[in-house]
Structures are given as C-alpha cells and as structure tokens.
Design a protein around this ligand. Structure first.
Ligand SMILES: [Zn+2]
Length: 71
C-alpha cells in the first residue's frame, strides 16, 4: 500500500495537526526516514507552511513575539 493511502487511513483523511481535510500532503520526517508511514505525517497546506525543519511537532503560535516583527 502506498504511504499516502496508509496515512489517509490513519488520519481519517485529515490533517494530523489541525484536522483540515483539504490540501493534504505527505511529509517525510527526516533524517532517518525509511519510507514507512511511521516516519511520515499527513498535513494540510496551511500546516505545511508553518512547519519548520528540523522536524519537530512544535505548534507555531499564531502571533509572533513582538521582537520578531521588527523586520
Ligand atoms: Zn493542518
């Protein structure tokens, strides 16, 4: 079975971070991915833009600290 299909089943066809059902994409978790679904995660486009590597399941707060808004 393809990884995408495994992830869709595992996640009930929803983003594993926010539960969105559209714009889903498979992300491989580096650096030791061997191609199994255990090292992959299904995320939506919105979440994928917020996920910053190196990989960690850290939720980015919606508002940035004021010290990061200077630029
Ligand atoms: Zn999401």
């Amino acid at each position: 079975m393809k990884i995408e299909q495994e992830l869709l089943i595992r996640s009930d066809s929803k983003c594993e971070l926010c539960g969105a059902a559209e714009g889903l994409a498979v992300y491989e978790v580096p650096p030791e991915s061997n191609g199994s679904s255990d090292e992959c995660i299904l995320v939506c486009a919105s979440c994928s833009e917020q996920v910053v590597f190196p990989w960690s399941l850290v939720y980015i707060p919606p508002s940035k600290p004021s010290c990061l808004q200077a630029s």
